[in-house]
Design a protein around this ligand. Structure first.
Ligand code: APR
Length: 236
């Protein structure tokens, strides 16, 4: 029997756009893009947190509350369908910090940039599922210190689970990138790594991305359509 194909899928903000969650780099007319009216550097760096923790905590409280009002779209649902039905391994690596892949039913999703619904204690290093606000400095459930921060990988911090991602890429027959601009490393480099390791590469995105040239094939369109069509084609 032929060995089933192993698939590694990298998702970015584009997969959640049709659920009503802003992408990061949607600036128009040459203006720098704003993320919920903030420059990314003012809210998504350790320096920003050190300078103005209240602003950063309030910003993430707002985002954490917002994602809980959103629902998975047909792209998340299609990937969960593939995850459940595909005979080989499917590894979903996401740069997104929402939980829409999980709410669609996907399992074992690797959140390389952290998760909104997790809080990390700077005192005892414990991570706790968290759905409410952090700006009021609630005590850590493990050590009671008022030092919980969003469990988000900020610019300048090291993404999570790089060893697991590397291992998945090494075993991949197909690497698929969905809804990401290819602007942020190390995720933007996965396509080249996957190619070097022998995988075929496919990009599904609304527009051509910075990394499009590296893919064997690019299919353009909204994720809800192109991802669903790709999965339907695979599952027959
Ligand atoms: N369907 C498919 N793709 C879409 C859609 C859609 N409906 N809407 C937008 N896109 C595409 C855009 O064309 C763009 O290429 O999604 C991509 C979104 O790019 P970014 O906003 O840069 O998001 P992402 O690539 O996920 O950003 C990476 O940057 O700020 C950091 O940590 C943050 O994880 C994030 C990382």
């Amino acid at each position: 029997m032929e060995k089933p194909m192993n698939i590694v899928i990298l998702t970015g903000a584009g997969v959640s756009a049709e659920s009503g969650i802003d992408t990061f780099r949607a600036g128009t007319n040459g203006q720098p893009s704003l993320w919920e009216q903030h420059r990314i550097e003012d809210v998504a760096t350790p320096e920003a947190y050190a300078r103005d923790p209240d602003l950063v905590l309030r910003f993430y409280d707002m985002r954490r509350a917002a994602i809980q009002t959103k629902a998975p779209n047909p792209a998340h649902l299609a990937l969960a369908r593939l995850d459940a039905a595909w005979p080989g391994h499917v590894t979903i690596v996401t740069q997104n910090v929402d939980d829409l892949h999980e709410r669609a039913g996907a399992h074992g999703v690797i959140h390389m940039h952290g998760e909104h619904l997790s809080a990390w204690c700077a005192t005892c290093d414990t991570r706790t599922r968290w759905t409410g606000p952090l700006a009021g400095r609630p005590p850590c459930p493990a050590c009671a210190a008022p030092t919980l921060r969003p469990d988000i990988v900020w610019f300048g911090e090291i993404p999570y689970r790089m060893d697991d991602i590397q291992a998945a890429l090494a075993g991949a027959d197909l690497f698929v990138s969905i809804g990401t601009s290819g602007a942020v490393y190390p995720a933007a480099g996965f396509v080249r790594l996957a190619r070097e390791l022998g995988a075929a590469t496919l990009e599904l995105n609304l527009d051509r991305s910075q990394g499009s040239a590296w893919f064997d094939e690019t299919r353009l369109g909204p994720a809800s359509e192109v991802v669903a069509a790709w999965v339907d084609g695979l599952l027959g």
